[in-house]
Design a protein around this ligand. Structure first.
Ligand code: HEM
Length: 370
């Protein structure tokens, strides 16, 4: 009797474990990595990567600033809700989108992504997602700035959530400490302190608005007229010439030595107290990030940085990627598909399918417990 009760107890225990496992599976997002792969469009749109490179080459040739803009656009997409093109969605009457969040005021490159997507849709209608268009364009920004060619897994699909309030919760705040940034990368993105140092190397190209640096020049620590003592004095003077008090809009180079070249000079600048943003300078305040800055500041070749950047960039590019039945292939990158469209209907079907599967698994789990 007791043995039977014990067996029954053990059975219920095992059932509960199985049920728990099943319920965990239902709650977990599908592993994106399993479905992202190099050359995901080889069969469906073999010319996709070529089209992106061709368009980016033409556009960056005309407007060199676009390389930095598109690279940043991709990072802000990935950090908020994953690399699923939510940054490209426009606000609607009901909801303010990520792109209209105060922290994203200086973000640009949207039109470039739209133009590339239009070319892709001309070649292979409705096949390549906006998320992959942006990812590949960002990858090419690096290559076109004489940085490494990074083989990039594709197969991302587009999400349908873009909420301005998500931005501040998932992005490094403007005066964030290095501890804040490392903690954010670790807890939200599963990225390491080394990734922080490596990915910050993207600031070897591109520009920032004066508003991003002015507090270091005129109002350090909230003290009127004070400048940041960790910023080289002659660089402070130069920057004060470029960014007059109250000027928030003028753009300054993040890496004035080689502003359009993806190289290690960013690290030499940071090591020499010439990192433009306070978050660049902050890399010197943590042992891991400081060691990386020192190693690259003195590097005789960019090879190590290029290899490290490629690895961290690919890791970032996989954040929260939607694959398989999740998400959709947007027709216009700024809008989710209308429910009546093929893509919208497919997304709705996949949502129904997922709900049905979840229901079935839950029923199974309960049956096992009983
Ligand atoms: C470590 C955390 C990061 C912080 C705190 C940060 C912060 C910033 C800020 C404040 C700006 C200037 C924005 C403006 O003035 O409007 C900027 C620009 C930029 N960021 Fe970052 N960033 C970070 C990580 C990244 C990553 C991971 C990438 C890409 C892999 C990236 C690429 C860029 C680029 C290319 C620009 C120049 C944009 C342009 O030329 O339009 N950043 N970043």
């Amino acid at each position: 009797m007791m043995a039977a009760a014990a067996r029954a107890g053990a059975g219920a225990g095992a059932g509960a474990v199985v049920a728990l496992l099943l319920l965990t599976m239902i709650a977990m997002p599908p592993p994106a990595e399993a479905h992202l792969q190099i050359g995901a469009y080889n069969e469906t749109c073999p010319q996709a990567e070529e089209v992106v490179l061709k368009e980016m080459t033409a556009m960056v040739g005309k407007s060199p600033d676009l390389a930095g803009a598109v690279l940043r656009l991709f990072s802000v997409d990935c950090f908020v809700g994953g690399c699923e093109a939510s940054i490209l969605l426009d606000s609607t009457a009901d909801s303010t989108a990520e792109k209209d969040a105060p922290l994203n005021e200086g973000v640009g490159g949207y039109e470039a992504v739209d133009a590339i997507k239009a070319k892709l849709d001309g070649a292979c209608p409705g096949v390549v997602s906006c998320a992959d268009t942006l990812a590949l364009a960002a990858r090419d920004s690096i290559r076109l700035s004489k940085g490494p060619f990074i083989p990039l897994p594709t197969g991302r699909r587009d999400g349908n959530r873009s909420v301005a309030a998500d931005v501040a919760l998932n992005s490094p705040a403007p005066g964030a400490t290095i501890a804040d940034i490392i903690a954010l990368f670790a807890t939200k993105f599963n990225l390491t302190a080394k990734d922080v140092a490596v990915l910050s190397g993207a600031h070897t190209i591109g520009k920032a608005r004066c508003s991003a640096v002015s507090p270091r020049l005129y109002n350090f620590g909230g003290q009127k007229g004070a400048s940041d003592p960790t910023l080289d004095a002659s660089y402070t003077a130069t920057l004060r010439g470029e960014c007059k008090p109250g000027d928030n809009a003028t753009l300054v180079n993040l890496d004035p030595t080689t502003p359009t070249v993806f190289d290690t000079s960013y690290y030499a600048l940071v090591a020499g107290k010439r990192g433009l943003l306070s978050t660049d300078a902050a890399l010197l305040l943590d042992p891991t990030t400081k060691a990386y800055v020192s190693s690259q500041a003195n590097a005789t070749s960019p090879d190590q940085f290029f290899a490290d950047f490629a690895a961290s960039f690919v890791a970032m590019s996989k954040l929260g990627a939607l694959t398989h039945h999740n998400g959709e292939i947007r027709q216009a990158c700024s809008k989710i598909n209308p429910p009546s469209s093929a893509g919208g209907a497919a997304a709705a079907r996949s949502r129904r399918h997922l709900t049905a599967t979840a229901g079935l698994l839950a029923t199974l789990a309960v049956a096992l417990v009983l």
